[in-house]
Design a protein. Structure first.
Ligand code: MGP
Length: 214
């Protein structure tokens, strides 16, 4: 019994020492990187009509610390400098940025469509804000439903979207939409729509019906 108690005290003391060591190191050693809650993958798509859609998609890199995110961000082209037909996608590690992935197939997206003139004013800021909402888990416990985000550079008007995993999850989807709109600083009266991927994938023209709006 006594030896059990000694072992327990020993364990607690060891934990305290390790915690102290960890805290001291974080303060002393600027080389320690700050971990994100999730690991993310950044993907690039460049349209080439001679290939299947999936074959134009490439994983650029994965990151899971704040420092690695900024190192990546500071070394890649801003979206406004990409040519038409290109996309960036940032998804949780293990999820591919396509409707067919099992995390996406029952989901949908909050879609922001930008008028052409906004490419040089708002696009890069909106994309950075979107990525920060995701890596910073800005939707609280609802962040669990987040799959990733996509930016499409298109001559007809650019698009940014947040993809979530369950288009039937009304409370979660609505919360994410409202919070996202707030984070981008969009006016309340501007309406954004959420579309199920199943509807987008089977649409017959460029317009997909909104399942939710905020
Ligand atoms: P897009 O790149 O999402 O939008 O889809 P774009 O270019 O603005 O076109 P629009 O249709 O929205 O006006 C373009 C096309 O790429 C789609 O019609 C599909 O053929 C293909 N595509 C896009 N996504 C996201 C997927 C996907 O997840 N899976 C598959 N198989 N094809 C996709």
């Amino acid at each position: 019994m006594a030896s059990c108690a000694v072992q327990l005290i020993d364990k607690v003391t060891r934990r305290k020492v390790e915690k102290k060591k960890f805290e001291t190191n974080i303060l002393k050693d600027p080389c320690i990187k700050h971990p994100l809650q999730n690991r993310w993958g950044l993907w690039f798509y460049k349209h080439d009509k001679s290939k299947m859609w999936q074959d134009n998609l490439r994983l650029i890199t994965r990151f899971d610390t704040v420092e690695d995110f900024w190192a990546l961000y500071n070394n890649i082209q801003m979206p406004s400098k990409l040519s038409s037909g290109c996309d960036y996608s940032m998804f949780k590690d293990g999820i591919e940025p396509m409707w067919e992935d099992r995390s996406n197939k029952c989901g949908g997206r909050w879609l922001i469509t930008l008028a052409k003139q906004h490419r040089h004013t708002e696009l890069d800021r909106f994309w950075l804000e979107t990525m920060l909402c995701l890596i910073g888990e800005g939707f609280g416990s609802f962040s669990r439903d987040i799959c990733g985000s996509v930016i499409n550079i298109r001559a007809k008007g650019d698009k940014i979207a947040i993809w979530t995993s369950n288009a039937e999850n009304c409370e979660t989807v609505t919360y994410i939409g409202q919070k996202y709109k707030e984070s981008l600083g969009l006016p309340q009266k501007l309406v954004i729509g959420y579309q199920a991927h199943a509807d987008t994938a089977t649409k017959s023209n460029s317009i997909t019906k909104n399942k939710f709006v905020v």
